[in-house]
Design a binder for this molecule. Structure first.
Ligand SMILES: [Zn+2]
Length: 125
């Protein structure tokens, strides 16, 4: 039972208009507006894309290895591996994972450090 705000007469629950005066009942209005809003609402709370942990790790290992050039070799290799794994996962996530730039940065610096490390090794022999 719901009461009409216009005339106060009792109406059946879910009735679109008042049987007494024909005024549109607020509960019916609310229910219909909820129905039209629900497809929109399901779009709104989209899961935010997550930054790939592997991409961050790759970036840290890659740049970190360059910073400590002498022994950076040790960190550059896992950095490159993480970078490749991160890019693969970001690609297959379909937008759920972010961090392409980080992973690419980690890869580039990782490879650079490996090259520098090899160059250093060859020169030291
Ligand atoms: Zn009424």
């Amino acid at each position: 039972m719901q009461h009409c705000p216009q005339c106060g007469s009792g109406n059946k629950d879910g009735a679109p208009i008042c049987a007494g005066c024909g005024h549109a009942l607020p509960t019916a209005e609310k229910a219909s507006s909820k129905e039209t809003a629900s497809p929109l609402a399901s779009h709104l709370p989209r899961a935010p894309s997550k930054l790939s942990f592997l991409a961050i790790l790759s970036f840290i290992l890659g740049f970190g290895s360059l910073a400590i050039y002498a022994v950076g070799f040790v960190f550059a290799i896992p950095g490159v591996i993480c970078g490749h794994m991160a890019l693969k996962r970001i690609k297959s996530s379909g937008g759920a994972l972010r961090g392409r730039g980080l992973a690419t940065g980690g890869l580039v610096t990782g490879y650079l450090e490996i090259l520098l490390g090899l160059y250093g090794l060859i020169n030291s022999i």
